[in-house]
Design a protein around this ligand. Structure first.
Ligand SMILES: Nc1ncnc2c1ncn2[C@@H]1O[C@H](COP(=O)(O)OP(=O)(O)OP(=O)(O)O)[C@@H](O)[C@H]1O
Ligand SMILES: [Mg+2]
Length: 226
């Protein structure tokens, strides 16, 4: 394995609901090496999304540490976390989460506007990535005018916009038919091999998990090999 990109140490996340405490993430130690492709499987409610949200700095842990490129993210201020998320991490969701009022090109350009890339550079890059995901003929389409598989391609292009080191994908093929599932799985594999982006993918589908080089199992907030 190359250098450690992310390392979690004894990571915990609790939810208190009506007097009951749920340990959604329980003492998780996980290492993501630079350029690695990992997947996580496990039953509904086992804490997979909660773990991704912690690693993606969308939520803060109740215990333990998360090191991103050796830096303890739990100590970062909100503004620093925003920058880390914007520049180092790409997110891909089951429901795509594209902005409905923006075209494919605009959706992919948006993270670069937020990152203050130059106007000419960001449009050029958005066109290039959309072409790379096979959508140069759909630049002006809105999400409602695109198929589910095409929407997920736009979402993957958006995730790549600022050249992140890590992509977190939460059931990225969960809303797709079997043909699009295969295409998206193949595309994620290409992101990993051609861009060298590390991937952490949550899935219920053993075939999708099979494209990862290592698969973890999550049960009751705890993670184990295979
Ligand atoms: N914001 C929240 N408030 C209270 N409980 C929560 C919250 N988010 C998650 N939980 C609980 O934490 C546990 C883990 O939830 P999580 O969404 O991480 O599961 P999951 O493995 O992603 O499930 P699925 O496969 O259905 O997506 C569940 O018991 C859930 O009900
Ligand atoms: Mg989930």
């Amino acid at each position: 394995m190359s250098e450690k990109l992310v390392e979690t140490e004894r990571l915990d996340k609790l939810f208190v609901m009506g007097g009951e405490t749920i340990k959604a993430v329980d003492n998780v130690d996980l290492v993501i090496g630079g350029g690695e492709f990992l997947s996580i499987m496990g039953p509904s409610g086992s804490g997979k999304t909660t773990l991704l949200n912690l690693i993606g700095c969308l939520d803060r842990p109740d215990g333990g540490r998360i090191l991103f490129e050796g830096q303890d993210v739990v100590r970062l201020r909100e503004g620093e976390l925003d920058q880390l998320r914007l520049r180092k991490i790409g997110f891909v969701f089951q429901t795509f989460n594209l902005l409905p009022t923006l075209t494919a090109l605009e959706n992919v350009t948006l993270p670069m506007i937020v990152a203050r890339a130059s106007p000419s550079g960001r449009e050029k890059r958005a066109r290039e990535i959309l072409s790379w995901v096979g959508l140069s003929h759909r630049l002006a389409h809105y999400p409602r005018q695109l198929s589910a598989g095409e929407n997920q391609r736009v979402a993957i292009a958006r995730a790549l916009a600022n050249q992140p080191r890590l992509i977190l994908a939460d059931e990225p093929t969960g809303n797709l038919d079997s043909k699009s599932k295969e295409e998206i799985a193949h595309l994620l594999q290409r992101v990993n091999s051609e861009h060298g982006t590390a991937m952490l993918l949550v899935t219920h589908d053993p075939i999708i998990a099979g494209i990862a080089t290592k698969t973890f199992r999550m049960v009751d907030g705890k993670i184990s090999d295979g």
